[in-house]
Write a protein that binds this ligand. Structure first.
Ligand SMILES: [Zn+2]
Length: 346
C-alpha cells in the first residue's frame, strides 16, 4: 500500500543538521522519521517536501496558558534572509533528486505523481510552508514555479506580507485575527493561474475565509486535524471542513500528537486509535475521497506505534482491522492526493 503524504519537514531537518547535500537521506538514520531506506520499507511513495524557514535566533517553546499552552509566534523574517534559506533548502531537494539515481523525482505535473507511484520512484512536491521568500511583486513566485514549486502555504503561522496565521495554541480556536493582506489576495489569484496548490493548514479562520472566497481551486489543508476532537488552533472547525468538502478539496491527517490528542499533549505514547478517531471523523464529514495523510514527519512528535516512515504499514493495518476496505484505504493512502493535485495543477 503506497502512501503519498501531505507534509514532511525533511528539508528543514537536514538544514538544521548542516547536511546541505542531503547525503544522510540515502542511509538509514536513527534520528528523524524519513530517509530513503525507511521510506522504501514503509511504502512512502512520495509527498509534499516543505521548505520551512526557522526563526532567527532562539525560538520560544511551549508557554503555559489556562488549561493548556501556546507557542508565541516568532518575529517576521525579512526577504533576503528568507530567500537565502529557501534557495538552500530547495537546492537540497534538487541535489537529492540528482544523486538518487532515478529513485527520487521532483514532480511538476499530476501525471508524474501517478507515474512515480506506479514505478517505485519517490514523487516529491516542492512546497513552501509560508511565503516569506516571495516578494510582494510575486516575481519570486514565477521563478520558484519554474524551478518546480507546486504548493504554497501563504503563512506558516507567523505573520508575513501576505497574511496572518494561527499560533500553536491549545485550547484555542483558529479565529485569531485578521486574514490576508491585499498582497495575499493577489497571491491567491496568481497561484490559481500557475497551478500552485494553496495550503490552508497554518492560516487562521479569516485567512481561510479570504482564500475560500476567491480561490478557484479545491481547498486543501495538507496537515491538519478535526478541531471537534482536539481543540488546537491549528485544527479545522466543522465550518472549515464543510467548506473544504464543498470545494471538493481535501485534508491530510497530521500525525503530531499535539494535533491529535483531546488533551493536546506532546507525547509519543499515543495510541493509533487516536489517529483513527480523527480519520473516522474526517471521512464522515468530508467523504471518502477527500481525506489523506499529512504526517508532519521530521517536524513533530508522532505516535510511537508509527515511529517513523517504516511504521506506516501499522496505520494501514490498524485501519483495516477497524473495518476500512481496500478501496477506501487506497483512497486515503494516495488516490485522493493524486485526484486533488490533478484538479489543482492542470
Ligand atoms: Zn506545519
Amino acid at each position: 500500500m503506497l502512501i503519498f503524504d501531505g507534509h514532511n519537514d525533511l528539508l528543514s531537518r537536514l538544514h538544521a543538521i548542516g547536511d546541505h547535500s542531503g547525503a544522510s537521506f540515502f542511509r538509514r538514520n536513527s534520528e528523524g522519521h524519513l530517509d530513503l531506506p525507511r521510506m522504501q520499507e514503509g511504502g512512502f511513495g512520495g509527498g509534499f517536501f516543505a521548505v520551512w524557514l526557522p526563526p532567527q535566533g532562539k525560538g520560544s517553546g511551549f508557554q503555559p496558558m489556562p488549561g493548556g499552552y501556546m507557542i508565541p509566534l516568532p518575529p517576521p523574517l525579512d526577504l533576503p534572509a528568507s530567500q537565502r534559506l529557501a534557495f538552500a533548502m530547495s537546492a537540497t531537494l534538487f541535489k537529492i533528486e540528482a544523486a538518487s539515481d532515478g529513485k527520487v523525482q521532483v514532480i511538476r505535473t499530476a501525471d508524474q505523481i501517478s507515474h512515480c507511484l506506479a514505478s517505485g520512484v519517490v514523487a516529491a512536491i516542492l512546497h513552501f510552508e509560508g511565503a516569506e521568500a516571495i516578494d510582494t511583486d510575486l516575481n519570486a513566485l514565477h521563478v520558484f514555479h519554474q524551478a518546480g514549486l507546486r504548493s504554497l502555504g501563504i503563512v506558516w503561522s507567523r505573520p508575513n506580507a501576505f497574511g496572518h496565521g494561527v499560533p500553536i495554541a491549545f485550547p484555542a480556536t483558529p479565529n485569531t485575527g485578521p486574514g490576508l493582506t491585499e498582497a495575499g489576495k493577489q497571491l491567491v489569484r496568481e497561484c490559481n493561474q500557475l497551478g500552485i496548490l494553496i495550503d490552508l493548514s497554518h492560516l487562521n479562520e479569516q485567512g481561510f475565509r479570504d482564500v475560500a472566497a476567491r480561490s478557484q481551486a479545491p481547498l486543501v489543508a495538507t496537515h491538519s486535524n478535526a478541531w471537534a476532537l482536539c481543540k488546537s488552533a491549528r485544527n479545522l472547525t466543522d465550518y472549515q471542513l464543510d467548506a473544504i468538502r464543498d470545494s471538493d478539496g481535501m485534508v491530510g491527517l497530521n500525525f503530531a500528537t499535539i494535533f491529535l490528542r483531546s488533551d493536546g499533549g506532546q507525547t509519543t505514547d499515543t495510541p493509533i486509535e487516536t489517529m483513527i478517531r480523527h480519520i473516522d471523523y474526517l471521512v464522515k464529514r468530508l467523504g471518502p475521497t477527500r481525506v489523506g495523510f499529512g504526517s508532519d514527519f521530521d517536524g513533530a512528535a508522532v505516535p510511537q506505534a508509527i515511529g517513523d516512515a517504516a511504521g506506516l504499514p501499522n496505520l494501514i493495518e490498524a485501519l483495516r482491522q477497524h473495518g476500512y476496505n481496500d478501496e477506501l484505504l487506497q483512497n486515503l493512502a494516495h488516490k485522493n492526493w493524486v485526484r486533488v493535485m490533478q484538479l489543482t495543477m492542470e
